[in-house]
Structure formats: structure tokens, C-alpha cells
Design a protein around this ligand. Structure first.
Ligand code: AMP
Length: 220
């Protein structure tokens, strides 16, 4: 089963991806996480990636695709994957379709998470992430049990460089401009399930709706 989870930055993709990964045991491939690992390891590729990411800009398609191509070869994605943050442009979507067609497979489901933009700003600027295992927290609504420490692996939590009010504004406008056409691209293929979230919905309530969409595919 190959799934793409999409939505504006801060729509809950990371949190829901963890829940999907835990429940369905499907390899979570977040290009943002892969890029941040490179940056953390201080590779020369990491430096190049940071120059785009720290400005809230998209990494160019050619570079993004070349990294994705290597990552997706890993064993953990061999029985299917949950893509998060890729594709973000039509060129990336066309590449993905072609790559999957070459392997006689396809994308089975696109989950589109929709939430009010005012909620997004609050979520992103109060977000904390674990640099080791990728777990995501929110300082007030989903705090870690011990302040600043990851519940899952005990590492010190960080705030992402691009999670500031100014950078969020750029990321939202970039996302709307480039990602909306990608969602429309998949809507034409009739594989999109849109999950509209209310501000009061808990992560587990949203996940129940996601499960219905995934189980619907599995039962077909
Ligand atoms: P994310 O963790 O998905 O919010 O991604 C963080 C940043 O990584 C984005 O703001 C982009 O700079 C970069 N990035 C991640 N995925 C992609 C992609 N598919 N194409 C281009 N840039 C990306």
C-alpha cells in the first residue's frame, strides 16, 4: 500500500504519519526529515539543503528527486510507503507516477489534511520535534511528559529553524502556490480523500477518519 499524506505546513502531517506508521507498520518517508538528517550530520549536501530550507523555500526539484530516489530504495519501504512532504510540485508528482509505473505499482491513496490557517500559525510556532526519532509535540496541546525531552527516545527536543512566525508566512505562501496544484493533479486521478479538521479535533479523532480511508482501500 502506497500512501501520500499532504496538507499545508502545520496541518498535522507529522503527527498523523507517526500514528499511521505505528498502526499499519508502513515506512514513513518524510523528505523534510531526510533533509534535516543531512543538515544535522553536517554533510556538504546538508549545507546546500539548509540554504533553501532556512529561507522557507523549496529545495529544487532535481536535488529533491535525486535524494528521494536513493531513500526509497531502503528495505523499510519495500512493502509500501507513506510519503510525507513529497511530491510538492507537479514535476515531482510526474516523476513519482513514472517511477511507480516503472515498478508496476502506483499511489493508492492521497490523504489531504485541511485546517484553518490561524490554527496553523499557532501549531507551527509552538511545535517541538525530536531530532533523533522525528516525534512531534506542541508546547501546550501535545506536550512531552518531561519538558524538552522526547517521550519515545529520551532525546532533547528542538524547535525547527524554519518554525518562526516570519518563515511560516513564506512557507504557507510557497505551499499554497506549489502544493495546491499537486493536490488537484491527484484529484483528477480520483485518489484523494480530504479530511477537514476542526480546531477542537484531537489527533486520535483525526486518525479515526484516516483509518476509515485506509481501510476502505484495503477492503477494495
Ligand atoms: P517539511 O518537514 O515537510 O515541512 O519540509 C521542510 C522543508 O524541507 C521545506 O520547507 C522545504 O524547504 C524542504 N522540502 C521538504 N520536502 C520537499 C520537497 N518535496 N520539495 C522541495 N523541498 C522540500
Amino acid at each position: 500500500m502506497n500512501i501520500l499524506i499532504t496538507g499545508l505546513p502545520g496541518s498535522g502531517k507529522g503527527t498523523q504519519s507517526e500514528l499511521i506508521n505505528d498502526f499499519y507498520n508502513i515506512g514513513h518517508l518524510s523528505t523534510g526529515n531526510v533533509f534535516r538528517n543531512q543538515i544535522q550530520n553536517e554533510t556538504s549536501l546538508g549545507k546546500e539543503l539548509a540554504s533553501y530550507m532556512n529561507e522557507g523555500k523549496l529545495v529544487p526539484d532535481e536535488l529533491t528527486i535525486s535524494i528521494l530516489k536513493e531513500e526509497i530504495k531502503l528495505e523499510k519501504y519495500s512493502t509500501g510507503f507513506l510519503l510525507d512532504g513529497f511530491p510538492r510540485t507537479i514535476a515531482q508528482a510526474e516523476f513519482l507516477d513514472q517511477m511507480l509505473a516503472d515498478e508496476n505499482t502506483k499511489l493508492d491513496l492521497v490523504l489531504e489534511l485541511v485546517i484553518d490557517e490561524n490554527v496553523i500559525i499557532d501549531r507551527i510556532t509552538k511545535r517541538q520535534v525530536c531530532p533523533e526519532c522525528g516525534a512531534t509535540y506542541h508546547m501546550t496541546s501535545i506536550p512531552s511528559k518531561v519538558e524538552g525531552i522526547c517521550d519515545k527516545c529520551g532525546s532533547a527536543l528542538i524547535q525547527r529553524e524554519d518554525d518562526t512566525v516570519e518563515k511560516v508566512a513564506t512557507r504557507l505562501s510557497v505551499a499554497k502556490e506549489q502544493t495546491v496544484p499537486v493536490i488537484n493533479y491527484y484529484k483528477e486521478q480520483n485518489i484523494v480523500t480530504t479530511i477537514t479538521m476542526d480546531v477542537t479535533d484531537s489527533a486520535s479523532e483525526v486518525f479515526e477518519n484516516i483509518k476509515k480511508a485506509i481501510d476502505g482501500i484495503n477492503n477494495n
